[in-house]
Design a protein around this ligand. Structure first.
Ligand code: AMP
Length: 600
């Protein structure tokens, strides 16, 4: 078994006292996984003993794992929805947590009704998130020296927030963090200096925000030592913005005046202190950007960049080739693994290849259990609780679904991520992110599952009825070759009367109808232009039979063959694309607005 017990000693300079303390903390946590987990569960059960939720299971003051596991059920979001709706509607009694719910965090994954999940959180969770962030740089400093000698160009954004009927704020976890005092008033740390002033990050208009952040990055280009965003898609969006607006950037820098389309007063004010006429830089931008070739654009603009700081694991792996193209193969550091429910852990070897990334879950963040993946498909009933494995007991090579019990009051909650154990650091297992359950298509923050796609197709097909036409088969593909990426849906149609087949206008309307039917995160990304218009590609009759023949020729069983609802393999894509008879795009953005929700 691969057990790693040491982090490398610092490259070049010696480890600072502050870093040494943090590395010691990581060492302690990873050596004492099981006892820390026992303590965490004890703390959670003690503090939440009088909550309505836990009282239901008659723990009678017990805080041990055995009793907890035998009495408390494993749940999914839908199981907690009645409690969550009560909290959202203003019930302040201790339902899930003895600590007051401070706000709701909106997940990017949706409920079966296509809405974002509302994760209740408590104020002190911010400290826990902050703690996990504080571990990242000391680990990075072990691998990359001198990061205190320059800045990080990070594209960070806030998103729209709403209020629940009871008055609690509901917003994404990163928006909550960037708007917190923890972030806004963070003490100066030479290892964490960003080119983006807070005002640009906190600008609610994401295009203005990105524009200002890019402008700062260009102005400070020689100081930039790392370039990043949370997910790969965010960084690519910023590059796309540069592609579209480089003339305006050059003009702003040439004249020392800010693009009048940037209207946010605090952004304008802070940019007025940074932006000065710099004809030399303006000429450089013009020279670099007017070339057709954008290969290595990141290293051309930011020549001192040592690595890209972006998550490229999971659904984001599709962006690795594009990022390699733009960065000339710079290392891509995936530093942490987190969610709205809980921040889980970090990558102790952040400079490893994307395909080798493993995250070490920190045992102090929550109480973690693991459902062996084979059993996660089975129905989990309250009468026969499944056998969940503790963090310290998972086995190398096996896959598990992650289950968390948090300080904020989630108990044995299925996060929906499938992880594989790759080894250990001290006694702490390390996990490769395998996939999120049930996600078929994803471009940015959106996650579309099979039933959502099916529903969208059914809704769109209604428009075909008057043409006596129906969709016989379909599959889909997340096309990320261009920025922004977009959903491609392949349709094989049965047209009864060739003289009355659906026109391009009708099929474009079908694209729009599908978009209207997709979940709220998809629609939000479309409105923000981080996903392009949905495309339907109509294929020749018989194409899906050919697809089946291909699968069977590759060993699939005829009896068990099912049409894949999402494809990505090159030969299959080539087959489909060679049979396309027409292409249609959604003519407009679907409806989306950050409205307060009505909760039953
Ligand atoms: P959210 O539901 O919006 O809070 O997003 C959290 C989800 O994003 C996690 O449960 C994962 O599915 C995914 N995620 C977060 N961090 C990573 C990572 N480092 N690698 C892959 N997927 C991640």
């Amino acid at each position: 078994m691969a057990v790693d017990s040491t982090l490398p000693s610092a490259v070049g300079a010696s480890v600072s006292d502050k870093d040494a303390k943090i590395l010691h903390f990581i060492d302690e946590m990873t050596k004492n996984v099981d006892s820390v987990q026992e303590r965490v569960l004890g703390e959670i059960l003690t503090r939440n003993a009088d909550t309505e939720y836990l009282k239901r299971f008659n723990l009678n003051g017990a805080t041990d794992r055995e009793t907890f596991k035998s009495r408390v059920p494993v749940v999914v979001y839908e199981d907690l929805q009645p409690e969550i709706h009560r909290i959202a509607n203003g019930d302040k009694s201790p339902i899930l947590s003895s600590h007051p719910i401070s706000e709701f965090l909106l997940t990017s994954s949706g409920t079966s009704a296509g809405e974002r999940k509302l994760m209740p959180t408590i104020h002190e969770e911010l400290d826990r998130r902050q703690l996990l962030y504080s571990l990242l740089m000391p680990v990075m400093n072990l691998y990359v020296p001198g990061l205190d000698k320059g800045k990080g160009l990070y594209f960070l954004f806030i998103k729209a927030e709403t209020k629940t009927p009871g008055g609690l704020v509901a917003r994404p976890v990163l928006t909550s963090y960037y708007k917190s005092e923890h972030f806004k008033n963070r003490p100066y740390d030479p290892f964490n200096v960003y080119t983006s002033p807070n005002e640009t990050i906190l600008c609610p208009d994401s295009i203005q925000s990105m524009y200002a952040q890019m402008l700062c990055g260009l102005i400070m280009r020689k100081e930039v030592l790392r370039v990043g965003a949370i997910f790969a898609s965010g960084l690519l969006k910023a590059i796309h913005l540069l592609q579209l607006n480089w003339k305006q950037f050059a003009h702003d820098i040439q004249t020392g005046t800010l693009n009048p389309k940037i209207t946010d007063p605090s952004v304008r004010e802070c940019m007025s202190k940074i932006l000065k006429p710099d004809p030399e830089l303006a000429a450089f931008i013009t020279k670099e950007c007017s070339e057709e070739n954008w290969e290595r654009i990141i290293t051309r603009f930011w020549p001192n960049t040592k690595y890209l700081d972006v998550i490229v694991t999971g659904a984001m792996a599709q962006y690795i080739p594009t990022l390699e193209y733009y960065s000339g193969g710079l290392p891509m550091a995936c530093t942490m693994y987190a969610s709205s429910e809980c921040y889980f852990g970090l990558n102790l070897k952040p400079m490893c290849k994307p395909s080798e990334v493993s995250y070490t879950i920190m045992p102090n963040m929550a109480y973690f259990e693991f459902l062996p993946h084979e059993s996660s498909a089975l129905e989990l009933s309250r009468d026969s609780p499944p056998r969940l494995v503790d963090l310290a007991d998972v086995e190398v090579g096996k896959e598990y679904e992650l289950i968390v019990t948090t300080y904020a009051g989630l108990c044995r909650y299925r996060v929906g991520d499938i992880l594989r154990v790759t080894g250990f650091h001290n006694a702490a297992p390390q996990f490769r992110f395998i996939r999120r359950k049930n996600v078929l298509l994803s471009i940015d923050f959106d996650k579309t599952d099979e039933s959502e796609l099916q529903q969208a197709i059914e809704n769109a097909s209604v428009l075909l009825k008057e043409f006596n036409t129906r969709v016989v088969e379909y599959t889909s593909y997340a096309d990320t070759k261009q920025i922004p990426g977009h959903y491609v849906i392949y349709w094989e149609l049965f047209v009864k009367d060739a003289a009355n087949c659906p026109t391009d206008q009708v099929l474009s309307q079908c694209c729009f109808e599908m978009e209207e039917s997709l979940n709220v995160v998809y629609r939000q990304c479309r409105v923000a232009d981080s996903i392009g218009p949905l495309e339907i590609r109509v294929v020749k009759n018989g194409t899906f039979e050919e697809l089946m023949d291909y699968a069977i020729s590759r060993g699939a069983s005829i009896n068990q063959y099912k049409v894949p609802r999402c494809v990505s393999l090159t030969p299959i894509m080539e087959l489909l694309d060679s049979r396309v008879v027409s292409k249609h795009f959604s003519p407009a953005s679907p409806h989306w607005a950050p409205e307060p929700r009505h909760l039953a």
